[in-house]
Design a protein around this ligand. Sequence first.
Ligand SMILES: Nc1nc2c(ncn2[C@@H]2O[C@H](COP(=O)(O)OP(=O)(O)O)[C@@H](O)[C@H]2O)c(=O)[nH]1
Ligand SMILES: Nc1ncnc2c1ncn2[C@@H]1O[C@H](COP(=O)(O)OP(=O)(O)O)[C@@H](O)[C@H]1O
Length: 453
Amino acid sequence: MAVYVSSSFIIIIIPPSFLHLDFSNPNLLPPSFLKNFHKRDLKIFKLWWLLQPILLLLLYTTILALYQGEAPAFVADDMQTRFSNGFHLQLKDFESATAVGNKTYVIGGIDDQESSGVRIFDKSTVNGEVIPTVLGTKPTAFESHSTMLLNKDRILIIKGNSKSNVSVWFLEVDTRFVGDQKKKFGTEVVAWSKGVIGDAERPIVISGPSGVGKGTLINMLMKEFPSMFGFSVSHTTRAPREKEENGVHYHFTNRSVMEEEIKAGKFLEFAAVHGNLYGTSIEAVEIVADAGKRCILDIDVQGARSVRASSLEAIFIFICPPSFEELEKRLRARGTETEEQIQKRLKNAKAELEEGTSSGLFDHILVNNDLEACYQQLKKILGLNGSMDATPKAATEVFDLPMDLSLSKIDEKILINSGKANQKIVLDLSSIKGGAPGRTRGLYMYTADDGNL
Ligand SMILES: Nc1nc2c(ncn2[C@@H]2O[C@H](COP(=O)(O)OP(=O)(O)O)[C@@H](O)[C@H]2O)c(=O)[nH]1
Ligand SMILES: Nc1ncnc2c1ncn2[C@@H]1O[C@H](COP(=O)(O)OP(=O)(O)O)[C@@H](O)[C@H]1O
């Protein structure tokens, strides 16, 4: 016996063999059956043959539906779930499935280091299942979670049985960043982005020619506001300077390792600068956001261009020297480069100054003539004029989310059903900033009564 399912009907086909009857060969019919045939089973026999045309018609319409892209499935033995795009999948423990167009994204499952945490079932491929390239850091434990598709380009994941400040994740499936990466990798790509609760400000990109004073200004900012800013520690293939520490000023690495990591999608941006490779890893930006700090990136103009094209939504600041002669003087006075390196940096500075001041890439251009005056201007741009601004923002309320969640959406608000009567948890997405790679910031989560969302 088989139970046949399509969206429009269910057919139960009972073959004669199921009734232990073979009408095609009366010799094989059991004597008891022959004896009582007229009395007991004639009705079944007639009904069976009467039903055949109807069953055939139903079968025909099912085949038609299948041809039009609907996938029926046998569900007698398996517990399968059916999705709006016609997919039927057998989900494992702690897996969820979200339909996005022709694809169904299966997320989660028992956490192990090997698993990428995401499987895609794509109707337009021969095999159906696609294992994507997964960018960004995935959530550590998946266990119970609920998902909801947002704007057809990212899946919201809320982890049950967790603290509210670590419960929100996004899996980007069709954002601009993911689209660019798909072209680059030539594979299916998805990107994780952790949701950051609270009003974390936009990251800051600072560019300018070598020796202009970027590092000096960044150090002043970090010293005055240690709890507010965090430095994105870049990777570089250049040799460390005398006072530079691995993991603090840069992650010093070699070219082949860095190239492999770039291929694996670990970098938000990278560029060849003054003959060496420099790059910002996705992790470098994530670490700062996870510490609840505003991320500062000291990167060259090419890197700034790449970040501008990403979803990091940073503020872009370009620092100029008062003159080329002064730049040369500062570079020499710093005493960290050989004459050959100084010449290379000065040559590149011309192109950087041209690009930085005329491309429209930067939101603000500062001239670092008097250091203190330039620092004050930088603080003004960052909204740090008075001492009030330096006060850390009030901590957002952290609470426990229940194991089983159900989600619904009203405008930009996600209602998380907590199971408690009259009480909902609200996730407000109206001020959302950023996204993969890095973190999705500007989320607000609070508990509310039904009448007060
Ligand atoms: N694109 C990119 N540029 C970087 C990165 N880290 C540093 N840079 C840039 O590389 C250039 C050289 O940096 P560095 O060797 O520290 O020399 P300095 O600028 O003279 O202190 C500077 O313009 C930096 O802004 C990075 O991660 N990505
Ligand atoms: N406004 C300024 N006037 C004079 N010297 C400066 C000024 N700003 C920075 N410097 C000096 O210039 C040198 C280069 O500065 P640095 O911050 O290392 O530049 P960058 O990080 O842009 O390469 C350092 O020795 C620093 O002390």
